[in-house]
Design a binder for this molecule. Structure first.
Ligand SMILES: C[S@@+](CC[C@H](N)C(=O)[O-])C[C@H]1O[C@@H](n2cnc3c(N)ncnc32)[C@H](O)[C@@H]1O
Length: 240
């Protein structure tokens, strides 16, 4: 079953996701770090570390949002980084950050859809998605497109929320994500649906082996999986 943010709306998931991120964009960075207690920065750092063997890579950050992963990837000394996202308002916040940090000669932000990427076959040495694949309307179409724009042997990294399975983290996470997260997220972002959608979409996402199967179906190989912080997030790594 497809989980969408706004239960009373007839719009498709993609349109709803774009609207939702446009709504919460001005508060997204603050809420992200506040509600994850800053742990998201550690996960991003670890995930980027998986690409450290690449020499001057061309990197594509899909569902870049406000560009935090794209900015974190600069420690790989890339030739260029393209951040792509559906939401113009998320991109606007990201562009302001990138200009303020004087990084616009290396990071460019592009409005677009992961399921129909505006790039040629084999353009990138590496692709990455943080907290984005869960939001794709058609997961297989998105993964096939990412595979297409990677060079043969190109690297693909995904960081995504998952569901912890061990006591008492499972119970604590459930309480946090079903009670505290929608309350604080709704209050501070003024869009409660966004922070109710978040745990619902995590619960519905095909995590672990099920996501590995999706990656294989889209043509990726050499798959590896690392659970983070008792399984609250998972990093996936694959090759084209
Ligand atoms: C939770 S945010 C993650 C942003 C960023 N990667 C980060 O780590 O903070 C998810 C982003 O995915 C984008 N997104 C969802 N579906 C997309 C699609 N089909 N194509 C491009 N971006 C998409 C949303 O607009 C949103 O900015």
């Amino acid at each position: 079953m497809t989980v969408k943010p706004y239960l009373t709306s007839d719009e498709g998931k993609k349109k709803q996701i774009k609207n939702m991120f446009d709504n919460i964009a001005p508060k997204y960075d603050f809420l992200n770090h506040f509600l994850s207690l800053g742990i998201d920065k550690i996960w991003r750092r670890r995930a980027i570390g998986l690409l450290k063997d690449l020499k001057s890579p061309r990197i594509l950050d899909i569902a870049t949002g406000t560009g935090d992963l794209a900015i974190a990837s600069l420690r790989l000394k890339p030739q260029s980084v393209v951040g792509l996202d559906l939401s113009p308002q998320m991109l606007k916040v990201g562009e302001e950050k990138i200009q303020k940090k004087k990084l616009d000669h290396i990071i460019s932000m592009v409005e677009g859809d992961s399921e129909n990427l505006p790039f040629n076959d084999g353009e990138f040495d590496a692709a990455m998605v943080a907290f984005g694949v869960r939001n794709f309307e058609n997961l297989n179409a998105g993964l096939l497109e990412i595979n297409r724009v990677l060079k043969p042997g190109g690297k693909f990294m995904v960081l995504e929320f998952s569901n912890p399975t061990v006591f008492p983290i499972k119970q604590l996470f459930k309480f946090y994500s079903s009670t505290i997260l929608p309350w604080w997220g709704g209050l501070l972002s003024k869009d409660k649906a966004a922070y109710t959608y978040l745990p619902a979409s995590v619960a519905a996402f095909p995590e672990g082996q099920a996501f590995v199967n999706e990656l294989e179906k889209a043509g990726f190989t050499s798959l590896r999986v690392w659970k983070q912080t008792f399984g609250v997030a998972t990093i996936y790594f694959a090759h084209k």
